[in-house]
Design a protein around this ligand. Structure first.
Ligand code: SF4
Length: 71
């Protein structure tokens, strides 16, 4: 059976977001929680998403968390 197409609730950056290969790489258990809350649901509430939309994806601070806090 074919996989369903990407839903509109998925962030367009969910396959390439640097956050999960840098800051969150050592704590994958928290990555799943964040992805469930933001990347595959309320991505419009994500500070990284908003920053990327305003300044460009390559300009997002590495340590900016989706909830707008910094590491
Ligand atoms: S952390 Fe934010 S910008 Fe990155 S994939 Fe998730 S919702 Fe998108």
């Amino acid at each position: 059976m074919a996989m369903p197409p990407e839903t509109k609730s998925d962030c367009e950056y969910s396959d390439s977001c640097d956050f999960f290969v840098t800051i969150m790489a050592s704590v994958p258990q928290f990555s799943a929680n964040i992805q469930g809350k933001y990347c595959h649901a309320d991505f419009r509430d994500c500070a990284r998403y908003a920053y990327a939309k305003q300044h460009g994806k390559g300009c997002v601070p590495e340590d900016l968390f989706p909830n707008a806090s910094h590491f």
